[in-house]
Design a binder for this molecule. Structure first.
Ligand SMILES: Cc1ncc(COP(=O)(O)O)c(C=O)c1O
Length: 407
């Protein structure tokens, strides 16, 4: 039997390094890196200032469950952002701060599967998607089942593909909306169907919403799982949790500050796990995070910057590449005219632009083939660099005579 650790696939950026690590790009061009989803817009200075104002708190062990102030700011944000019933959330019962959602998603899987006593638990997830859901499931000894592929459902969860035998074994279903890598927002009707399945088959539905505050149409913020729970009458958020993060919302990936919120019973179990797991957010960061959750103006100006970049990059690349209309997140997910690994390799060699082949984020398990003809571009840099990167991709396409736009 293979060990759990050896079952973990190489992380997408390890694979990328294997692909292009030894390649010499053209010397006269500086590198533009669209491969990593690390925001490069400046974090708001008024939030950073709060870290120094609370720096003395470094002398204390931070509370695992988060400060009252932090949980209260999160509660108020959730209620306002998703128009939730005011008394539907209790900051102690329904909210658990986490040290970044990556840690949170991983540890939640260990807590839920570990507590399930199931011999053959299943974790459901999309394909391609954020790799942590899969790795966390592997480490918890759960079987991973993928319920969508690019072609069947344009990277939206294709719930009909799951049969009852799988649903009966399912302990967690992960949704990612807005999605990484596609930027798609899962329609409310699909999320409502997923809530019904979670209740009927008694599993936990988790919606990773860490890109929820980067969206293209200011009048259409992406709906969230808790909001849809309210709409379909699941007022206690039974079997439902969301994850949110300050990493993308407030350009603060170094804060390692996010939260899980939803079903009180699950949050309480999870908090118990976390007392032993022991991962908490330093107090000055908790303090500053409460300011970040309480302010919307910085998110509005952040979105303005993203839209400007998407518009200009779209004008350049839209002539040559097809991709789903970006609804939210900071990713482009175009089809490539040739195999995505060769496209990535040659683009790096010829134009010193780094991107990520789509299948580095997907699984080939059970004969699924996904992402081999797509690449992910994270438009995280400032406007000028994003436009320069797009022009170099255009030049690359023209130089190599990839004339026809793949549909
Ligand atoms: C879909 C998704 N979820 C979660 C995370 C983790 O974010 P963080 O740990 O910074 O909160 C990422 C990071 O890229 C992501 O793409």
């Amino acid at each position: 039997m293979t060990s759990k650790l050896s079952r973990l696939k190489s992380y997408p950026f390890e694979k990328l390094n294997q692909l292009i690590g030894q390649v010499e790009p053209r010397k006269n061009l500086r590198n533009i890196d669209f491969s990593i989803g690390e925001p490069k817009h400046s974090p708001p200075s008024f939030i950073l200032d709060q870290v120094s104002s609370a720096i003395q708190e470094m002398s204390r062990y931070p509370k695992i469950g988060g400060s009252d102030r932090l949980r209260d700011s999160i509660k108020k944000w959730l209620i306002k952002r998703y128009k939730l019933q005011i008394d539907s959330l209790d900051s102690d019962q329904n909210i658990a701060p986490v040290a970044g959602t990556r840690e949170g998603l991983f540890s939640l899987t260990q807590a839920i599967i570990g507590d399930s006593n199931s011999k053959d638990p299943v974790v459901l997830t999309q394909n391609p998607t954020y790799q942590i859901y899969e790795g966390a499931a592997e480490m918890a000894n759960a079987e991973v089942f993928y319920f969508s592929t690019d072609k069947q459902s344009q990277n939206l969860p294709y719930l009909k593909s799951i049969n009852d035998e799988i649903l009966q074994r399912t302990k967690i279903m992960y949704l990612c909306s807005p999605g990484n890598p596609s930027g798609k927002v899962i329609p409310e009707t699909v999320v409502a169907d997923a809530i019904k399945l979670a209740i009927d088959f008694d599993f936990l539905l988790v919606s990773d919403e860490c890109y929820s505050e980067i969206y293209m149409d200011e009048s259409k913020p992406p709906p969230g799982l808790l909001e849809i729970c309210n709409k379909v009458g699941n007022e206690n958020y039974k079997n439902c949790l969301v994850f949110h993060s300050l990493s993308k919302r407030s350009n603060l990936p170094g804060f390692r500050s996010g939260f899980a919120a939803g079903d009180a019973k699950i949050i309480q179990k999870y908090k118990r796990y976390r007392t032993y797991h022991g991962c908490s957010i330093p107090e000055p960061i908790q303090y500053a995070s409460s300011y970040a959750w309480s302010d919307e103006t910085h998110c509005i100006s952040n979105r303005v910057m993203y839209r400007k970049k998407f518009e200009e990059v779209g004008k350049i690349l839209g002539k040559y590449l097809t991709y789903p209309k970006p609804e939210a997140s900071f990713y482009l997910w175009p089809k490539t005219p040739i195999n995505s690994e060769t496209f990535t390799y040659e683009l790096f060699r010829q134009q010193n632009v780094t991107i990520l082949p789509g299948h580095f984020m997907s699984s080939d398990k059970d004969g699924l083939i996904s992402g081999y003809d797509r690449v992910r571009l994270a438009l995280v840099h400032q406007y000028d660099d994003c436009v320069e990167g797009a022009r170099r991709i255009e030049q690359f396409i023209v130089d190599n005579k990839f004339n026809s736009k793949p549909s």
